[in-house]
Structures are given as structure tokens and as C-alpha cells.
Ligand binder design. Structure first.
Ligand code: CS2
Length: 464
């Protein structure tokens, strides 16, 4: 579920590699697009085939991936999606639907039952939400005896397996009684929700990427994607009905996926978000342009090493400092064209998960999360200075309603931490946090963030 660029460059590639390595061709992916039918329309006339072009140092040649056997527009064919989930041949449902696709309340880690789409799905219409589609599919499996199935979240959420299981149960429990009890009982016995950590930087494909792939391949491919050469997948081995031998494709099966997820979210994704908002404030179009600014790279490195790392329990054997340096190197890949606008989108869904654990952890240890607060201040500046209609965020309207009339630090900084979908009350009222935000916001407001040389304006960011 979810056929965006990431799913094509990650799940589909691992699955094809696993089939090739193990000689086990019994698998195939039915891809379901979520909000738009574009990718389904692009893939259908190509028999599901698409190219993955690698960009950057050690890039391999373009390859055509063949693991997608059907592409469905979920928005237009919700009943077909339910039918596919319910089919006895379906063994695994993977999700690459981004944070907002889960429609959950992060403070209490449960399904947002007030969400109008969730409510509408609960009334029994052909379901539009991913969680609704899964539960309706599971209900069918229970009725027809289609057998056990595994649901695998491949999104950047802490404890993504456990969370997805909770949301599925929340939806099932909210169904009217004659439906709710049986599906809940069935799923306890027949469905597993392993946790995974997924990693590969995959920007949105541009017209330029399509033209480059056409030159390399000699064919026009409307569904091509480009990605960095690096990829990683750590999976908890808890599958109810078999799985491809993803380990033969380089995936790692581990009992400490939580450690890997926290590491990746609070180092890679947190650094990414920080560079995105600093970059946006400085007019930098890509992450590689943003990380090339000395003061931004320094701020990012210091946040990772001095604030995030000490508050993470690393997976056994992982060298945290090396991981941070590798992340910074990956950010600097000039061939990728990963835009600050894309990484900075959906901030309300991301920053709470990526940055706040570091802020809480640093305060709890008696320190001051100077650099993580800079990232939050830069996000605030982005929200406050972007017209609500242009803000690429599912909660743009709610954020706009929280903003005061003035856009200066003294107005914005006291107001935004009151935004409950992101900040809890403790943090919102934390005087030290407020002070750091005020300092940074004033600096960004007065000087901007750019510092291209020793005498450039805004080099306060270097000095903290
Ligand atoms: C990025 C991620 O867009 C974003 O928010 O931080 O998509 C990032 O590129 C991936 O998680 C890398 O694995």
C-alpha cells in the first residue's frame, strides 16, 4: 500500500533481489496508490515495469524492476483493494504511506477517530484510509478462511509494527459490536505486525530525471525513480504466512529493530529536517546545497553528536559517530537533488518524532538542546512565514489557526508550542526550551540563516 518513489526504490527492489537470489519466483507485488492514481496510470501500460536509476558516488547502472505485477488506484477502486488484501494468495501487506497516512494521534499513539475519513470508513463505505482498507480486508479473510497474513509498516515511525497493530485494533474496536468482536479475535490469532527500519533517500522524480533515464535506457519510462546507492532494511522476523528471503537481498533480520529505528529517526531524519528548514530559510533548494553551508553542517553535526547520540540506546555493534558522519556524507550527495521543500513537507507529522525525543533527553540529562532547538525554531519560522495555502502539511489550517497575528519572535514562539498535535504540555511550558527558541527565532528573523563566508550575516549560528 503506497506506490510512491520510496516503495518502488526500496520494497520492490529488495523483493526482486530476494526472488533472484533465492530462485523463488512465487512472489509478486500488487501495488496500491493512496491519494492519487498517477503511479497506477504510469505503471499499467508498462506491465508494472519501472527503472531505478542510482545517483551519486558508486552508483550502479540503471535497472528495470519487475516485482510489481499489478498497480491499482486505491482511491478509485477501494473494493478491489479490500479484495486483494482478502485474497488467500496475499501473504504480506506492506505500507509505505508516509506518516500522515496512518491518521493517528502521536500523543496517545492511537487512531484519530475524529478524522472524518476514518469516521466515514467506520460507517461501512468502501474504505479510503489505509487502516480501514486493512481491517475490511482482514474481516473478509476471517469470513472466508483465507488464512493468516502479516502487516509490515515501512514508514519512519518509532515502533512502526506495534503502532500499526494498535491502529488496526483501534479501528476494529470502533466497529459496531456484531462486527468488532469477531475481527478482533481473528486478528489476534492470525495477524502479525513486525517492526522494520527502512532507509534509502529517494527524492520525488523530476522531468529531468525522466529525461536522464530515457537517455540511459533508450526508452521512455514514465514511472522511473532515482535514488541514492545506499539502502538498508532491518526487519523483525515475525511473519504469519511466510515471506520472501529478503536477507538474500541484504536485509537484516534483528530482534532490536526499535534501536535501529530510534537511531535512524533521531539521527538521519532529524538531521534531514533540520537542514531542510535551515535551507528553506536561506533559499537553498536541495539538502546537498544546505549541508554545503559550513554553519548548517556544523549545527547539524553538533546536534547529532552532542544531543541526539547521547540520548539513544544504539543497536549492539553500531558505531554512532561513524553513523553520523556517513549520514552527513549521504546528505551531501550532489547528484540526488533531494529538495528541502520535500523533506520539509508534512513537518507537523515529522518533527515531534524526529526532534523532540532529543530535546527531552538532553534536558533530562541536565543539558541544553541548543542545536535541536535551532531545528525547531527554523521549522517555526517556516510555518510562520509561509502563507497557509502554500504550506505543504496536512495540518496547515490548524497550524495557521494557532499562529498569532504577528509573525515576530515574541508572538510566534509563545504560540506554536501550544500546538498539541506536536508538543506536550511539559515541553510547551518548559522555560529553558522557550528561551532557546526565542533566541534562535530572533536570530533567524533578524539575520536570516545564511552564512556563506566568515563575514557573512547570520554567522551567529556558528557561535550558538
Ligand atoms: C526524509 C526521508 O522526506 C523526509 O522526511 O527525511 O524521506 C528520508 O529521505 C528517508 O527516511 C531516508 O531513508
Amino acid at each position: 500500500m503506497g506506490l510512491g518513489a520510496f516503495a518502488r526504490a526500496h520494497t520492490a527492489v529488495y523483493t526482486e533481489d530476494a526472488m533472484l537470489a533465492a530462485g523463488d519466483f512465487d512472489w509478486g507485488i500488487v501495488g496500491v496508490t493512496q491519494r492519487s492514481d498517477t503511479v497506477a496510470r504510469q505503471l499499467a501500460p508498462q506491465d508494472g515495469l519501472f527503472t531505478v536509476g542510482e545517483r551519486g558516488e558508486a552508483a550502479g547502472p540503471p535497472r528495470v524492476v519487475s516485482s510489481i505485477v499489478e498497480a491499482i488506484s486505491g482511491r478509485d477502486n477501494p473494493e478491489l483493494v479490500v479484495e486483494r488484501i482478502a485474497a488467500p494468495a496475499t501473504r504480506i501487506v506492506t505500507l509505505t504511506i508516509t506518516e500522515k497516512g496512518y491518521r493517528f494521534d502521536p500523543q496517545i499513539r492511537s487512531l484519530d477517530l475524529a478524522d472524518p475519513e476514518v469516521q466515514a470508513d467506520l460507517t461501512g463505505r468502501p474504505p479510503h484510509t489505509a487502516i480501514g482498507q486493512i481491517v475490511r480486508g482482514l474481516q473478509q479473510r476471517a469470513l472466508t478462511g483465507a488464512g493468516p497474513v502479516t502487516v509490515v509498516s515501512c514508514d519512519n515511525l518509532p515502533g512502526n509494527g506495534e503502532l500499526t497493530g494498535t491502529l488496526v485494533r483501534n479501528f476494529a474496536a470502533a466497529l459496531p459490536e456484531p462486527e468488532s468482536g469477531p475481527v478482533l479475535a481473528w486478528l489476534e490469532a492470525n495477524v502479525t505486525f513486525p517492526c522494520t527500519m527502512v532507509d534509502r533517500m529517494v527524492p520525488a522524480t523530476t522531468e529531468g530525471d525522466l529525461a536522464a533515464v530515457e537517455r540511459e535506457l533508450g526508452l521512455r519510462d514514465e514511472a522511473a525513480v532515482v535514488a541514492e546507492p545506499f539502502r538498508q532494511w532491518v526487519i523483525e522476523d515475525n511473519f504469519a504466512a511466510g515471506r520472501p528471503r529478503w536477507e538474500d537481498a541484504g536485509a537484516v533480520f534483528s530482534s532490536d529493530v526499535g534501536g535501529w529505528e530510534a537511531t535512524k529517526l533521531r539521527l538521519l531524519n532529524a538531521g534531514h529536517s533540520m537542514l531542510a528548514y535551515l535551507g528553506i530559510a536561506a533559499g537553498k533548494e536541495t539538502i546537498s546545497d544546505a549541508v554545503a553551508v559550513d554553519s548548517f553542517r556544523t549545527a547539524c553535526r553538533r546536534m547529532l553528536l552532542e544531543e541526539a547520540l547521547p540520548s539513544i540506546t544504539l543497536p549492539a555493534g553500531l558505531d554512532g559517530e561513524q553513523y553520523c558522519e556517513e549520514v552527513l556524507r549521504r546528505f551531501a550527495n550532489p547528484a540526488l537533488g533531494h529538495t528541502t521543500a520535500k523533506v520539509g513537507s508534512d513537518g507537523s507529522q515529522k518533527i515531534g518524532l524526529r526532534l523532540l525525543p532529543t530535546i527531552r533527553g538532553t534536558f533530562d540529562a541536565g543539558g541544553a538542546p541548543t542545536w535541536a532547538a535551532l531545528a525547531i525554531a527554523a521549522w517555526m519560522h517556516h510555518v510562520a512565514t509561509t502563507p497557509a495555502t502554500d504550506l505543504d502539511d496536512p495540518l496547515a489550517a490548524e497550524l495557521n489557526a494557532t499562529l498569532p497575528a504577528g509573525r515576530e519572535a515574541d508572538a510566534v514562539v509563545p504560540a506554536l508550542p501550544g500546538f498539541r498535535p506536536i508538543f506536550d504540555q511539559d515541553l510547551a511550558e518548559h522555560a529553558g526550551f522557550r528561551k532557546l527558541l526565542l533566541q534562535w527565532y530572533r536570530i533567524i528573523e533578524t539575520n536570516g540563516t545564511i552564512d556563506n563566508g566568515p563575514a557573512g550575516p547570520g554567522n551567529e549560528i556558528n557561535h550558538g
